[in-house]
Write a protein that binds this ligand. Structure first.
Ligand SMILES: [Zn+2]
Ligand SMILES: [Zn+2]
Length: 419
């Protein structure tokens, strides 16, 4: 027994993995609080990482402007307390570059409900949710503004210093939610097993009643059920094989595309974290669709906020079709073919569409992910005032716009379709 434990803990250590119950003992109360806030469409500044918060803030603002109500609930809530035949919520944590990334695997299936007047639209997620939690080694309850030096609670600094408005990147988190990803599997083996047997048995007994081999309906039914039950076991294995080859395997490949890509990037940038990058890419895309003309979003630098998307209520990356780097001497340019879901308000009606887009995310080739959060304060090269990636590199003091790709990934290109 103890040998087994030693062996498994050695394997876990090898993969830098840890059980979520030891890594984040209070994950359940964190998740509960998050779910309540999502349901009430409440502000998330004390619960989520800054990039996630920023996109969420823009989405809230856009909904308010368009007069759309929003609530996010989950099906299968009971499975959190009562593990069903399938499985109960739990997870693992592992070192992922700059942070520890914990993933809570659940059976919860997201329902996003948008309402406009007496009309509503519910977008249902077919796959169960994995909740990503990020933690860095150190975290601070308060932040010192890099511009005016005043100290404020971290929660109040999400959109900049409450005194002077300077925005700065907060990259220390203690158990903050970075987002949700769909679970690839979400497969309930036992229910599926019973379903295959019952389904086959019913089909066989119907056939047996029609074919009438015994001349008596009860005998026909029973023999059909009996033979069908046995054949059902074979049908189950055949279906499982089919599902794995044609459904789950392609899904595993698709849903791991970004994290596999991050593994390759980590060879030259060891602090790069999948958890952070997922959230950063999501934020940049959401910002593009949800920011207004009044916002300076120069981290979509070559692109201005487009007038084509003012009816977008919400935007989210659904999946990555392809990720590759475009060879360039000065930049690390990542081109992503992705599917983006847009929820839009068209002529008073809410619609949801899943569309292909090509997005380029670009960073200076020498730039590496900083492990030390104190280095994440950016200054204007012209006047020395602090600037922020959240403000698009636009200096509020001298009006100069800095190319932010020397600090982190900026979105340089977005186009419908895969090119
Ligand atoms: Zn300040
Ligand atoms: Zn300046």
């Amino acid at each position: 027994m103890s040998t087994n434990n030693d062996l498994s803990s050695a394997i876990w250590k090898l993969f830098k993995m840890e059980d979520i119950n030891t890594a984040i003992p209070d994950w359940r109360s964190l998740l509960d609080e998050y779910l309540v806030k999502k349901k009430d469409d409440a502000d998330l500044s004390d619960m989520v990482v800054q990039t996630y918060w920023f996109a969420d803030y823009l989405a809230k603002r856009r909904r308010k402007k368009l007069g759309v109500q929003y609530s996010e609930t989950y099906a299968n809530m009971k499975t959190l307390d009562k593990p069903t035949m399938s499985r109960k919520a739990g997870g693992t944590a592992y070192r992922d570059g700059h942070c520890t990334r914990a993933m809570i695997f659940t059976m919860l299936k997201k329902r996003m409900r948008y309402a406009f007047g007496n009309r509503s639209l519910t977008v249902k997620q077919g796959q169960a949710s994995i909740f990503n939690i990020l933690s860095t080694q150190g975290s601070k309850e308060t932040q010192i503004c890099p511009h005016c030096g005043s100290e404020s609670p971290t929660v109040k600094c999400m959109n900049g210093c409450p005194y002077c408005g300077t925005k700065f990147t907060i990259k220390q988190y203690q158990n903050k939610i970075a987002g949700e990803t769909p679970d690839t599997m979400g497969f309930e083996p036992f229910g599926f097993f019973l379903g295959s047997i019952a389904g086959t048995a019913v089909l066989f007994s119907i056939y047996s009643v029609i074919d009438n081999p015994y001349g008596h309906i009860v005998a026909n039914l029973l023999s059909g059920l009996f033979i069908g039950g046995f054949v059902g076991v074979g049908v189950y294995f055949a279906l499982v094989l089919f599902l794995f080859v044609f459904v789950y395997f392609p899904r595993i490949v698709r849903d791991n595309r970004l994290s596999d890509f991050c593994k390759r990037l980590r060879r030259t940038d060891p602090n790069l974290s999948t958890g952070e990058l997922t959230s950063e890419f999501q934020t940049r895309v959401r910002t593009y669709f949800l920011a207004g003309k009044e916002d300076n979003i120069h981290f979509v630098s070559s692109l201005e906020a487009s007038g084509d998307y003012t009816d977008v209520v919400d935007a989210m990356i659904v999946s990555y079709k392809r990720l590759f780097t475009i060879p360039n001497q000065h930049f690390l340019a990542i081109r992503a073919h992705m599917k983006i879901r847009l929820v839009r308000l068209k002529e008073g009606r809410l619609i949801s569409e899943k569309l292909p887009f090509t997005v380029d995310l670009v960073r200076n080739i020498e730039t590496k992910t900083q492990a030390l959060p104190d280095n994440e304060v950016f200054v204007c090269p012209t006047c020395g005032a602090p600037i922020s990636i959240l403000e698009g590199g636009h200096c509020r003091f001298c009006g100069n716009t800095t190319d932010l790709s020397r600090f982190g990934f900026t979105m340089q290109f977005l186009m419908p379709g895969w090119v």
